[in-house]
Design a protein around this ligand. Structure first.
Ligand code: PLP
Length: 472
């Protein structure tokens, strides 16, 4: 492709992108293709001869778009959002154009230094202590893995990296019953083992029960286990419950256990002074992750990982082959030492673009709005006798179910599951579920970039009508 052809196709694609953003609401939010449908439409063999790029654009519309679930659709209330925004997309285009691989400072000093600066901005924005430093990881799963690996090394005097786990004792990791599955994955990868992840029961608001955590650690110590890391969740995936950080922190401090905070989605709310209470006890935190790629309008992937003591992180991950030795080593941040991958994308650029384009005030306004529409939805649901709210609505997640009068308890789960499928098949809205206290629970997350109160009200009308129509 010549530079002129590139310019021509790029303009065409930018028009395509702008039209998509304008019209995203017209698509069915959840793709309804059948398994194998897209696969079968793609030729079994790659083309032998070069094809015109126009064919690629045609196939984008013909083959790919029907198989896309539209995460930027204002009817997207599922999972947690994976928001993007125009400033994020524009910066991502530059990142792809530069094609820089930013593993060490020398391979793009601007990438390393922008990352350092933007992460300090973000640290201050979310109110973490000024002693913390940050690094961008691909996902919260990777950040939590990095946290548990560092905790493992600290707990064993940095011996497992060298000696393997033999004779290191049996390490234990703790999180609530509602903690994310990335913790299960991390304990497997770290060699700690699934059976040494202790799931602590939750209280009635689905937050970790600190008294039970303390009991678990005490009895583990008695049984000669080595408590190594506690993961507190600020905004659990099921219901956005907030674990009691201060109480957990005191326990971690008493038993010298690493405290990692998983605030993957809800961390963005910390930019609001009125949500700073979620990190009361922040002095106890050793590491903290939240995803600007969830709620903070920065397209996937961009996970902000902060640590109190970068030296321990670097000591855990540092490897120095001959080909990576540089004259600047020790004077600059070489982020390859701050996590699992060597190669790194230039992700700080989109974060910079988003924060500058919205301004911190604009970010706060938008996030407050999302929180306010969740509160409104919760009010609307509470007014109806045949619906019930199943968890406290603190941020942007509303958990509820349909509960028509007179229906036997055992019929409620299948009824709500059926309701969920019918709603999702409608193409108008997309919700996902969880199970709380054995109850099939619909969750509605109001954090999508484009969602407004009008969309939430429309969705609620659809939910009510559909529910009542399938009651029998
Ligand atoms: C609380 C929590 N932690 C971690 C994750 C994993 O995030 P990622 O996809 O960035 O690994 C999620 C995903 O939704 C989450 O809800």
């Amino acid at each position: 492709m010549t530079p002129d052809e590139f310019r021509q196709y790029a303009h065409k694609l930018v028009d395509w992108m702008a039209a998509y953003m304008e019209n995203v609401e017209k698509y069915p939010v959840k793709s309804s293709v059948k398994p194998g449908e897209v696969f079968d439409r793609i030729p079994a063999d790659p083309p032998e001869k070069a094809e015109s790029f126009s064919r690629f654009i045609e196939d984008l519309d013909e083959i790919i778009m029907p198989g896309i679930t539209h995460w930027q659709h204002p009817g997207f209330f599922a999972y947690f959002p994976a928001n993007t925004s125009p400033p994020s997309i524009l910066a991502e285009m530059v990142t792809a154009t530069l094609g820089a691989q930013c593993m060490i400072w020398e391979t793009s000093p601007a990438a390393a230094e922008l990352e350092e600066r933007v992460m300090l901005w973000l640290r201050d924005l979310v109110g973490l202590p000024a002693s913390f430093e940050g690094v961008i990881q691909d996902t919260a799963s990777t950040a939590t893995l990095a946290a548990i690996l560092t905790a493992r090394e600290k707990a064993t005097n940095f011996s497992i990296n060298n000696n393997g786990a033999n004779n290191a004792g049996t390490l234990r990791v703790y999180c609530s019953e509602q903690g994310h599955s990335s913790v299960d994955k991390a304990v497997r990868i770290c060699g700690i083992g699934s059976q040494n992840l202790v799931r602590i029961p939750v209280k009635s608001d689905f937050s970790l029960d600190e008294a039970k955590l303390k009991d678990a650690i005490k009895s583990d110590i008695k049984a000669a286990y080595l408590p190594c890391c506690v993961i507190a969740t600020i905004g659990t995936t099921g219901s956005a419950a907030i674990d009691p950080l201060e109480a957990i922190g005191e326990i971690c401090s008493e038993y010298r256990t690493w405290l990692h905070v998983d605030a993957a989605m809800a961390g963005t709310a910390l930019i609001l002074p009125e949500f700073q209470w979620m990190i009361n006890g922040k002095k106890y935190i050793d590491s903290f992750v939240f995803n600007p790629h969830k709620w903070m309008f920065t397209n996937f992937d961009c996970s902000a990982y902060f640590v109190k003591d970068p030296e321990s992180l670097i000591k855990t991950f540092e490897i120095l082959p001959e080909y990576l030795k540089t004259r600047t080593r020790g004077k600059v941040n070489d982020y390859r030492d701050w996590g699992v991958p060597l190669g790194r994308r230039f992700r700080a650029l989109k974060l910079w673009s988003v924060i500058r384009s919205y301004g911190t005030e604009g970010l706060r306004t938008r996030i407050r709005y999302h929180i306010s529409i969740a509160a409104r939805l919760s009010e609307l649901i509470s007014k109806e006798d045949d619906f019930e709210i199943l968890a406290p609505v603190v941020i942007n997640v509303v958990c509820f179910r349909y509960k028509p009068e007179g229906l036997q308890a055992e019929k409620l789960n299948p009824l709500n599951e059926k309701l969920n499928h019918i709603l999702n098949d409608s193409g108008k809205i997309y919700l996902t579920h969880t199970v709380l206290n054995g109850k099939y629970t619909l969750r509605m997350v109001t954090g999508q970039t484009n969602v407004t109160l009008a969309h939430v009200e429309m969705a609620w009308d659809l939910i009510r009508q559909t529910a009542r129509s399938i009651k029998k």
